[in-house]
Design a protein around this ligand. Structure first.
Ligand SMILES: [Zn+2]
Length: 260
């Protein structure tokens, strides 16, 4: 599970690499520049008529989303590990989770960990991640009309967004894998997706790349179809900073003390 070392950081980078320079410049100008003289009126119905000058930073929303992205990093990491863990337990192994990895061993010499059981445990993590993201997407499309009509999203709507964003782990993994190549000169053979591809004799890059493309599409659809335009800048900015902060606090600084 080592390839997910930098995933949150990369996830945050993906946020910005996809949409970035202009949105970044725009949000900084909004954050530090003059506010519009008049408070924007809430809009019912179509967002297309919305005045672009209303797309400013919402500081209260930023703080809430920033903290939510930190929480999502921790929850996303642990629930992914729980996916590995539950398959290990189901197969009768001893298993434990720490802040960033799952460990399994066999207490029974008659039930050793063979490649079949090992790959099942490996699959457990990404399947948990993608299944959660897909449940989010299904809810998103099921309630799409409520989203299209909202000038601001409700708590429940944000929850659905964050569930769908579980898909971003795949995109972030891919970026980490690609980044590792540029840093080390060779592609890492570690990580769930690489192991899965190798086990099934697919080309090494397939699982990690295809799921990464899906993750990128999910982010684009969420950003441009489901986040109201006036909350978009705040969402992307909070995602960038919250993703980096979550990565730093959990995977580097404090996770090891809280869940050693
Ligand atoms: Zn994993």
């Amino acid at each position: 599970m080592s390839a997910f070392g930098g995933w949150t950081l990369w996830r945050a980078c993906v946020f910005y690499l996809n949409f970035t320079v202009d949105i970044g410049a725009f949000s900084i100008r909004r954050l530090f520049g003059k506010r519009p003289a008049q408070a924007p009126k809430p809009l019912a119905g179509s967002l297309r008529t919305e005045n672009p000058t209303e797309r400013n930073m919402d500081k209260r929303l930023f703080i809430k989303l920033f903290l939510s992205f930190i929480a999502a990093t921790i929850i996303g990491t642990l629930s992914h590990e729980f996916g590995h863990y539950i398959v290990a337990k189901y197969q009768g192994y001893d298993a434990s989770i720490n802040y960033r990895a799952t460990f399994a061993s066999s207490p029974d010499p008659n039930n050793p960990i063979v490649p079949n059981s090992s790959i099942a445990m490996t699959l457990g993590g990404p399947i948990q991640t993608m299944l959660t993201g897909t449940i989010g997407l299904i809810l998103l499309f099921f309630y799409r009309k409520n989203f299209y009509q909202a000038a601001k999203l409700s708590l429940g709507q944000w929850l659905i967004i964050f569930l769908s964003l579980f898909w971003l782990r795949q995109t972030a993994n891919f970026c980490t894998w690609l980044g590792g190549y540029f840093l080390n000169g060779n592609f890492s053979s570690h990580g769930d997706e690489i192991r899965i591809a190798n086990y099934f004799d697919f080309p090494t890059w397939t699982v990690i790349s295809i799921t990464a493309i899906i993750g990128a599409f999910v982010l684009a659809i969420i950003t441009f179809k489901f986040i109201p335009s006036r909350q978009r800048t705040t969402f992307l900015t909070a995602g960038l900073f919250g993703g980096i902060a979550g990565f730093y606090f959990w995977l580097i600084q404090f996770g090891k003390y809280i869940m050693p």
